[in-house]
Design a protein around this ligand. Structure first.
Ligand code: SF4
Length: 96
């Protein structure tokens, strides 16, 4: 069995920590990507960052997720992206 000296151990754990950090930053950045209103799916659903319909906003839609009060939140209709809390799209359904 090969023993691992202190230098090798630090190299291994250091590279592991760097890899985990980079992976975490990548996941966080991906989770925070905003829906582009000009994208094909958003345009098809008429998504806008400021609702034209009084009383209907992303933050009171049944498809919204994430924390109440946040300006940008995940939406089940746009997986992996966030929408404006004050936005709207034609898939809007009142939160029960
Ligand atoms: S489905 Fe539409 S209205 Fe509802 S949270 Fe998502 S983008 Fe906003």
């Amino acid at each position: 069995m090969k023993s691992v000296n202190r230098r090798d151990f630090l190299k291994l754990t250091g590279s592991g920590l760097i890899g985990m950090t980079i992976g975490g930053v990548a996941l966080r950045a991906n989770a925070q990507e905003r829906v582009d209103p000009a994208s094909q799916q958003a345009a098809a659903l008429k998504y806008v960052e400021k609702s034209p319909v009084e009383g209907s906003y992303c933050d009171n839609c049944m498809y919204i997720a994430g924390e109440d009060g946040a300006d940008w939140r995940p939406c089940a209709i746009f997986p992996g992206k966030v929408v404006a809390a004050k936005g709207w799209c034609s898939a809007w359904m009142k939160k029960p």
